[in-house]
Design a protein around this ligand. Structure first.
Ligand code: SF4
Ligand code: SF4
Length: 227
């Protein structure tokens, strides 16, 4: 194949622009064009004053903030201690130790619950891999972002720091699952609140438990969503 078969590119397309005298004189300051034009625009600095929460800018609704361990509507914990979140974490920031549920001491539906749950916020990069790995939606992320503290120890959050408090109408744990239900009923979202059986159980085991009087009793698990 001879050289004549190829059209040679126009060399002027690849040559540096030839600047005139004025262009060359202004070249050193031309790079500051954006800087100078920004000088005369209004400032967009957002205030961050922890002692004035009304001035804090709320993050976006899907912001990845601090973790939460959630509960079912009857108060049982969603975490089953499976450790999938810990295995998914690329920063090795989660430590879970499971324990068995017993008839007299049940914290979550099914066989096991998360007895120890720690998140090390010195390691966490807020990637959310852990919440994607969680099979029960026990672990989610809030929009809370104030994680700074003075010591290393205080940045290792324990289960009691991230477990959500009982919502209105829930029954405090431990207590049995709603009678006649399986853990699958819980996973399918068929539990809408504590049942009378559960309230009676707590009344017998812990008569002074204040949630006995505030529990919003439902008649039973929703069955229509089951397949
Ligand atoms: S958000 Fe990412 S880094 Fe943080 S605990 Fe979850 S998986 Fe680990
Ligand atoms: S938070 Fe979810 S993934 Fe982690 S141990 Fe509990 S159930 Fe398993």
């Amino acid at each position: 194949m001879s050289d004549k078969e190829f059209a040679q590119p126009d060399k002027s397309l690849y040559s540096p622009n030839k600047k005139g005298v004025l262009g060359r004189a202004l070249a050193p300051v031309a790079g500051f064009g954006v800087t100078f034009s920004t000088l005369f625009r209004p400032a967009v600095t957002e205030q961050y004053l922890p002692h004035k929460p009304e001035q804090k800018t709320p993050p976006r609704p899907r912001y990845h903030g601090m973790h939460r361990l959630n509960r079912y509507a009857d108060g049982l914990e969603k975490c089953i201690g499976c450790e999938l979140c810990a295995w998914a974490c690329p920063a090795d920031a989660i430590y879970v130790e499971a324990a068995s549920n017993h008839p007299g001491e049940q914290y979550s539906p099914g066989e096991r619950y998360g007895r120890v749950y720690q998140i090390n916020y010195l390691r966490c990069i807020f990637c959310s891999y852990c919440i994607q790995a969680c099979p029960t939606r026990a672990l989610t992320m809030s929009t809370e972002y104030e994680v700074a503290d003075q010591t290393r120890e205080s940045l290792i959050y324990e289960k009691q720091d991230i477990l959500v408090p009982l919502a209105e109408g829930m029954l405090s744990t431990p207590h049995p699952m709603a009678s006649g239900t399986t853990d699958a009923d819980y996973y399918r979202g068929n539990i809408t609140g504590p049942t009378q059986d559960q309230v009676d159980w707590v009344k017998q085991e812990r008569p002074d438990d204040p949630t006995i009087n505030t529990a919003r009793v439902v008649t039973g698990a929703k069955k229509e969503d089951q397949h």
